[in-house]
Design a protein around this ligand. Structure first.
Ligand code: ZN
Ligand code: ZN
Length: 398
């Protein structure tokens, strides 16, 4: 399953990046496929990349989505158990007197600090009434997990706006909020006097003297992909959020050499590792993030160029033995350049296998796909369709 994150678009003067780009291999895939359009969640619902990937793997996101915190935490390598409360976190700079909750945020990225290893180490040595773990993510980001706190909700301590005070965490369980607020205060004290920050101050850099929490979620009981489908899943991605979805459903996750999650990614490395992964896995999800980034950046030509850069590499997928393999090419959502964010416009989906009922579609784009034999499906249908084509589905009924 090749996921071209955020590739589909809305037309500008009747054209989308997919209708403009020269992409003989992508069009060849459409030609040998059954094609259609797909609502990854449901018509009119704007999908996140996490909820839509859950759906594409056959998991109802309304049932299994944990919120972003746990998925990011899994994606940066923290193991989670049901009941653990996970947050996304930022190192930040605060100023003022009193406790952490009296202080004002002056930089939510602490001068774009990226060497946070020593600070993370120091935070993990704080003593709290519960077990917890802090892990480094990219740049100024981190993930923080509090073990076994079972709560319905926990609010952000990140005010998300510069010039405002750090917020107190609130929760339906007062003792949970108390523990998280104790962490906030102790983290501030630890960071304020840490040698890394003393050195930063000496060099005229902003201190990373607070850690702000947002996007809390509670880890749930999620049946593994292996248990549900009897199949081994491998997710190939450089993006923590997508790796987190893979981990959430108990899949193996892998970031190939040179994969960056952006347009400078090593396409050769990503596609060849996906082909190789078919030897040891049953379902391989290969995620390419760049189109979504280019959509958020409102870069129409950038999308066209990246389609044309990707296309020659797809020859490796056309060489697959389609008597044995089912190839799905699709997206998790549209990221139209005019909007600069995800929309609910359905995505293009092409499914090919030796026995597939091909249709008359010969181009991979938003308009041609509407004429295909799949018509309009949901994200949760796509895996079932593939398993049926491969004759590894179970019959419903007698
Ligand atoms: Zn996405
Ligand atoms: Zn996006």
């Amino acid at each position: 399953m090749l996921i071209l994150d955020g590739l589909p678009d809305r037309p500008i003067n009747g054209k989308t990046p997919l209708t403009v780009a020269k992409k003989p291999n992508l069009d060849k895939i459409a030609e040998i496929s059954v094609n259609g359009i797909m609502d990854t969640i449901a018509p009119g619902i704007r999908p996140g990349s996490d909820t839509s990937h859950l759906a594409l793997l056959g998991y109802d996101p309304y049932k299994f989505y944990t919120g972003r915190g746990p998925i990011e935490a899994l994606g940066v390598g923290i193991e989670l158990k049901p009941g653990d409360v996970a947050f996304r976190a930022n190192f930040a700079t605060v100023v003022g007197d009193g406790s952490i909750f009296d202080k004002v945020v002056v930089d939510r990225r602490a001068g774009r600090i990226s060497e946070t290893e020593e600070l993370v180490k120091a935070l993990n040595e704080i003593s709290l009434p519960v077990e917890f773990e802090v892990a480094k993510a990219t740049g100024h980001r981190a993930a923080v997990v509090f073990r076994g706190l079972f709560t319905d909700f926990a609010t952000d301590t990140d005010p998300k706006v510069v010039g405002e005070k750090v917020r107190r965490c609130k929760s339906n369980r007062a003792e949970v909020a108390e523990i998280i607020n104790e962490f906030m205060q102790k983290a501030h004290e630890t960071l304020e006097k840490h040698w890394v920050n003393e050195q930063r101050a000496k060099n005229g850099l902003k201190k990373a003297n607070a850690i702000l929490l947002r996007g809390a979620g509670v880890m749930k009981e999620v049946p593994s992909f292996k248990d549900r489908f009897g199949l081994r899943l491998k997710v190939i991605s450089a993006t923590a959020l997508i790796k987190g979805v893979g981990k959430l459903v108990g899949g193996e996750v892998f970031t190939p050499h040179g994969a960056t999650g952006n347009k400078d990614t090593n396409l050769e490395s990503k596609i060849s590792s996906a082909v190789k992964a078919l030897d040891s896995s049953d379902v391989v999800l290969l995620h390419l993030k760049a189109f979504d980034e280019l959509g958020h950046d409102r870069d129409f030509n950038g999308k066209v160029r990246f389609i044309e850069k990707l296309d020659p590499h797809l020859e490796n997928l056309l060489d697959l033995d389609l008597s044995n393999v089912c190839l799905i090419v699709t997206s998790d959502h549209s990221t139209p350049v005019k909007v600069g964010d995800h929309t609910a416009d359905p995505v293009v989906v092409s499914i090919t296998h030796e026995d597939v009922r091909r249709d008359e579609v010969t181009r991979f784009d938003e308009f041609s796909a509407t004429k295909g034999g799949l018509c309009r499906i949901r994200g949760m249908d796509v895996l079932n369709i593939a398993l049926d084509l491969l004759n590894i589905s179970k019959k419903f009924g007698a």
